[in-house]
Design a protein around this ligand. Sequence first.
Ligand SMILES: [Zn+2]
Length: 197
Amino acid sequence: MADVFLTNRQCRQGGTPGVCVVCGKKPTTPVKNRFRVFSHATAQHKVYLVKEAWVPMCQEHRNHFYRPVWFALGAFALFGIGAFVVFALSAGGMWLINSPLVFCGTVPLALLLFAGVVGLVIFGMRGQVAATGLNNQGMYLANVSDEYRDAVEALQQEEEDEDEEDDDDRPRKRRRRRAEDDDDDDEDDRPRPRGRR
Ligand SMILES: [Zn+2]
């Protein structure tokens, strides 16, 4: 699991390399999603920033963005059925033995049910690809596959190199950072597809 920054250009359809954003497999189809990031809350409302973006997904993961919805519905159903069962057991038990001892059985059952619902929601959100930040330049995505991150960053590097060939009069922040990286560790120095001239 990794984090990545997508430029606005990369948020368009086919803007990023064709490896699955969830698992890194190929082949992929672009999937459009509305990403939401919590901005701030007023007295009445919570305000979210919203951005529509396309990300590549393999066959297996193309419904990934619906997953939280299914888990929420599942948790809701579990809660409804469980609450009914607990209520029925309590009422039936009271009718049968007419003793508060019935609640020694049904209260732990209710707590177990509550833990199950919370656990299901947490499990449903685990590993979910989601936006963590939005700005004028693009969007931060969390929980993406390492393969996707590497592919996106390689593409950004490539685009930057092309820009540098166009107008190379002022030094760029990123280039300085890269120079520092080179000093620090040689291991991460992957060969770039196009050498600088
Ligand atoms: Zn996948």
